[in-house]
Design a protein around this ligand. Structure first.
Ligand code: ADP
Ligand code: ADP
Ligand code: ZN
Length: 229
């Protein structure tokens, strides 16, 4: 069932697993361009819901600021709605979802309903010690969402986005040293078990995500090229 044999050729669904700051968003955006897939980040969808002041956003705001996981019910509902949009039919790169076993099972159910499955779940493996530096230096272009880092990914023209030229850069409310600790605890307690969930289904690949962004991208490209073939 999970080997993708009954999945339409044009719908390759991938999961990126890894702790906060592992590089999921950075790599998902590169894979999106490379393979014509759609990046689907529940963190981005939740931040949009918070900004829009929807009911889900109001419930999620304080939980996110504390570094805890938003309830499965809310996140699964948001994901289900987004997956139903037509652009997702070409295949999605899930970034930050699933984060619990309940979410992983719900995802399998949602995909099974449309005759699809997960082609590959890729675990970005990093040391906890590196995460605080990655997260406290992270910022994003407000215009196009491109991600940057104070040390590891600096725009070629200081203060201006390489992708869109925008100059409004944003930092996340939860990207601070205190919240990172709680986010890492939540990752180890609730999300790390998904590595064996996908391993037992025969779709797991592991990548050393302590390497430089471009080196990680090369490893991922090779894995994804095989998974979508
Ligand atoms: P995630 O989506 O997993 O939380 P991001 O992709 O946002 O992680 O990356 C976190 C921060 O670390 C960003 O500022 C990004 O530019 C930077 N980063 C991503 N991958 C690497 C890497 N391999 N080496 C160093 N810094 C990285
Ligand atoms: P990161 O890139 O640092 O891993 P995300 O942007 O994916 O962070 O998520 C930010 C916050 O949004 C999480 O700390 C959590 O509160 C909430 N969140 C995002 N995705 C999920 C999910 N699948 N389940 C529960 N909470 C989530
Ligand atoms: Zn930009």
């Amino acid at each position: 069932m999970m080997d993708g044999s009954d999945t339409p050729r044009n719908a390759a669904n991938l999961v990126l697993l890894g702790p906060p700051g592992a590089g999921k968003g950075t790599q998902a955006r590169m894979l999106e361009e490379q393979f014509g897939l759609v990046q689907l980040s529940t963190g981005d969808l939740l931040r949009a819901a918070v900004a829009a002041g929807t009911e889900a956003g109001r419930a999620a705001k304080a939980v996110m600021e504390a570094g805890d996981l938003v309830s499965d019910e809310i996140v699964i509902a948001i994901l289900r709605d987004r997956l139903a949009e037509p652009d997702c039919a070409k295949g999605v790169i899930l970034d930050g979802f699933p984060r619990t076993t309940v979410q992983a099972e719900a995802l399998d159910g949602l995909l099974a309903e449309i005759g699809q499955g997960i082609r590959a779940a890729i675990s970005l493996e990093v040391d906890d010690a590196a995460m605080v530096t990655r997260i406290s230096g992270r910022y994003t272009c407000g215009g196009c969402g491109e991600g940057y880092h104070d040390t590891f990914k600096v725009p070629s023209k200081p203060g201006a986005c390489d992708k869109c030229g925008g100059t409004e850069m944003k930092r996340r409310a939860d990207d601070n040293a205190e919240t990172v600790e709680q986010r890492l605890r939540a990752y180890h307690a609730q999300t790390a078990p998904l590595i064996s969930y996908y391993e037992s289904r025969g779709v797991l690949a592991r990548v050393d995500a302590m390497a430089e962004i471009e080196a990680v991208a090369r490893e991922l490209n090779a894995i994804v090229a095989k998974a979508v073939a």
